[in-house]
Ligand binder design. Structure first.
Ligand code: NAD
Length: 330
């Protein structure tokens, strides 16, 4: 439904990181309901290709910018989604200082923009704030088990600091800030080379390369299809009043990596064999959201089962593959 401000103006929404995997689906959904969308992205991990179908949309504007640098906008702004941050470990570890600065300075800059425009801000936080959890499943009250000096700290601690900034600005009455803790999300437009488990397995199965399992494969993950996540992000941004607490968004279905590999192989008969590699440092053993808070406050829960979402994602990867089964940039 078309969203209007109190004075009847169509809402203008800034999506930082809008040319990324999740951000581009969010831009699609906001435009589909009639909002104006300003996508700000540095393309460090995202791509203009993800938003190319939107470029000529009359309500869409694309700005190339790194959020680490302060910027201003002339037009009125109603909502800001901050999705800008490399999200896969190889990508956020490639320039860890920039990752940390994106989380802290970048989020600070967007909060300043929100304060100037009296715009609400939704921060895309992460289940990584729970680190390698000793409580299972993770509720939002669990404070986490994070290494502040390890190779993942630039992301995990950066996101924790960004949450702290959001709640400081909220308590100070400066910005209507909201925080979503996002669990593993998958779907079309994931980058073939991002090193995440679902994209890795699909790329390997399609190209006939060995399917890589890190560690024994008994570690668990939960996987949320991207359209479910986008619905949750919009629900959290729009809910009134602001819950004032972080909200987990993810799919509570829990699967071992071995189960995921079996599903991929059953779906896509492949010549690939399975190989095991050592588990990366600080890799969590179990990850599953408790989404009671999202259900209570937002009336939100995921609707797409893993088998269905995997099929949609696999179809997209198959269409994106070169005729030889390889992937550009992978
Ligand atoms: P992505 O890498 O596809 O998208 C991130 C986008 O942000 C990219 O387009 C990138 O170019 C842009 N970006 C990064 N740093 C920037 C900067 N300094 N200035 C401007 N743009 C910048 O990742 P994604 O999977 O779409 O993740 C989106 C958000 O959701 C991230 O903040 C991530 O931490 C969070 N998240 C994602 C998942 C997931 O499973 N996909 C899980 C938890 C949290």
């Amino acid at each position: 439904m078309l969203q209007r401000t109190r004075n009847g103006r169509v809402k203008t929404v800034l999506v930082a990181g809008g040319a990324g995997f999740v951000g581009s689906h969010l831009c699609d959904a906001l435009l589909a309901r009639g909002d104006r969308v300003i996508c700000v992205d540095s393309y460090i991990t995202g791509s203009e290709d993800n938003v190319r179908p939107l470029i000529n949309h009359p309500k869409f504007r694309l700005i190339e910018k790194d959020i680490c640098h302060l910027f201003s906008l002339e037009e009125p702004l109603d909502q800001i989604y901050n999705l800008a941050c490399a999200a896969s470990p190889p990508q956020y570890q490639a320039d860890p200082v920039h990752t940390m600065m994106t989380c802290v300075a970048g989020t600070g800059n967007l909060l300043s923009l929100g304060e100037q425009h009296r715009a609400s801000l939704l921060q895309a936080s992460t289940s990584e704030v729970y680190g390698d959890p000793v409580e299972h499943p993770q509720t939002e009250d669990y404070r986490g088990n994070v290494s502040c000096t390890g190779p993942r700290a630039c992301y995990d601690e950066g996101k924790r600091a960004a949450e702290a900034l959001c709640f400081d600005m909220l308590r100070a009455g400066k910005v209507d800030a909201r925080v979503a803790r996002i669990f593993n999300t998958y779907g079309p437009r994931m980058q073939p080379s991002d090193g995440r488990i679902i994209s890795n397995l699909l790329v390997q199965a399609i190209s006939g390369a060995p399917l890589t399992i890190f560690g024994s494969g008994d570690q668990t993950r939960s996987f949320c299809f991207v359209s479910d996540l986008v619905a949750g992000l919009i629900a959290l941004m729009d809910v009134d009043p602001n819950p004032g607490v972080p909200v987990n968004l993810g799919n509570p279905g829990e699967f071992t990596i071995n189960q995921l590999v079996d599903m991929v192989l059953a779906m896509m008969p492949s010549t690939s064999v399975v190989v095991h590699r050592p588990l990366p440092q600080d890799d969590p053993q179990r990850r599953r959201p408790d989404i009671s808070r999202a259900k209570d406050l937002l009336g939100w829960q995921p609707t797409i089962p893993l088998a269905e979402g995997l099929r949609l994602t696999a179809d997209w990867f198959i269409a994106a593959a070169r005729p030889d089964g390889g992937f550009d940039g992978a």
